[in-house]
Write a protein that binds this ligand. Structure first.
Ligand code: DOR
Ligand code: ZN
Length: 351
């Protein structure tokens, strides 16, 4: 028998997840334990079906999440509103004043899961950007254009040129999080920006490239949006995430879909990684010999950008001398959800 003995222990400030899909109902119940095990707070994505578009939706969804947190467990869901062309300013202001809404999510209509009600013409939401600039509430952007003539691998790059740069010039005081970036174009753009721009990076975009999904048979488990890109982009993402740069922090984009909806003729985009996100990240940082920057990426840079306090509690993670096996699925009463299974040996785990 090979002993699962630990070789290295690391204590870090308890992390947060700055981009998380929890869904609702049975899926919420099934996936929430995977996040509250290691995160103190998470920015909760509003792309439910139907989406979270007004203050009543936010309050109800917040209560549903709270009801599923076991007593004695500290976990703060940081709620977001889904931006539509008819979003009411009064909903944003009420959410802001009550402290329940922490950010607004901008989906270009048609860009991803449940984004049909998102923004078609950005000019129709300028009044929202004005208000957000004044109150200092961040706009979280799914940064991909949806024009049919743009190749899907170029959607992020073109979004920067056509939408993001003009938007930042028009609203220089608007705080923006460029979510789940996947390209050197996004990294360079963010590094060259002076202020009010940061990005989340997912564990999976640090580990897989487009070959992982397409070579040797199609792997729907690695299908997510934005798509993983060429290896040179992944390497650049690893370099910047592990550098400790304050402009980049963890957003898992953990996005559970039932197996039957993912492995199908028209499979859903999304990777459920909440269960092993921190062990995966520790391995990525360890492989770069930059474990000393892990805490910045998962626990320090996010709160700094969001102007929130750093968590007080800590978590321990351990490197074992044997690669770790994680659950392959989690079960819901409606079906299974497959867990992110990277083609990478992960020696790190929770204690
Ligand atoms: O892969 C993704 N899944 N990307 C998104 O932008 C949305 C998410 C989901 O909600 O399933
Ligand atoms: Zn997402």
């Amino acid at each position: 028998m090979i002993e699962n003995s630990s070789v290295h222990k690391l204590q870090i400030i308890k992390p947060d997840d700055w981009h998380l899909h929890l869904r609702s109902g049975e899926t919420l119940k099934a996936v929430l334990p995977s996040t509250i095990k290691w995160a103190n707070r998470a920015i909760i994505m509003p792309n439910l079906d139907p989406p979270i578009v007004n203050i009543d939706d936010v309050k109800n969804y917040f209560q549903e999440i709270k009801r599923n947190i076991p007593s004695g467990v500290n976990f703060d869901p940081l709620m977001t509103l889904y931006l539509t062309e008819t979003t009411k300013i009064k909903d944003i202001l009420e959410g802001y004043k009550s402290g329940i809404v922490k950010a607004i999510k901008y989906y270009p209509s048609g860009a991803t899961t449940n984004s049909a009600k998102g923004v078609k013409n950005i000019k129709n939401v300028y009044k929202v950007f004005d208000v957000l600039s004044k109150i200092g509430m961040p706009l979280l952007i799914h940064g991909e254009v949806t024009s049919e003539n743009i190749d899907i691998f170029d959607r992020e790059k073109v979004f920067i040129e056509q939408i993001l740069d003009p938007l930042r010039n028009k609203f220089p005081d608007l705080k923006i999080v460029f979510e789940h970036i996947t390209t050197t174009d996004a990294i360079d753009y963010i590094l060259n920006s002076e202020k009010n721009l940061a990005a989340t990076i997912t564990p999976h975009h640090l580990i897989i490239n487009r070959n992982s999904m397409l070579v040797g048979g199609i792997k729907p488990d690695f299908y997510c949006l934005p798509l993983a890109k060429r290896e040179k982009h992944r390497l650049a993402l690893v370099k910047i995430a592990t550098s400790g740069s304050e402009k980049f922090f963890l957003g898992t984009d953990s996005a559970p879909h039932l197996e039957q909806n993912k492995i199908s003729e028209c499979g859903c985009a999304g990777i459920f990684n909440a269960l092993n996100a921190i062990p995966c990240l520790a391995q990525v940082f360890d492989n770069e010999n930059l474990l000393n920057n892990l805490e910045k990426f998962v626990s320090l840079n996010g709160p700094k950008f969001y102007d929130l306090p750093v968590n007080k509690s800590k978590i321990n993670i351990v490197k074992y001398n044997k690669s770790q096996n994680f659950l392959k699925f989690i079960n819901t009463s409606e079906g299974r959800i497959r867990v992110f299974n990277p083609n990478l040996k992960i020696y790190w785990n929770y204690t």
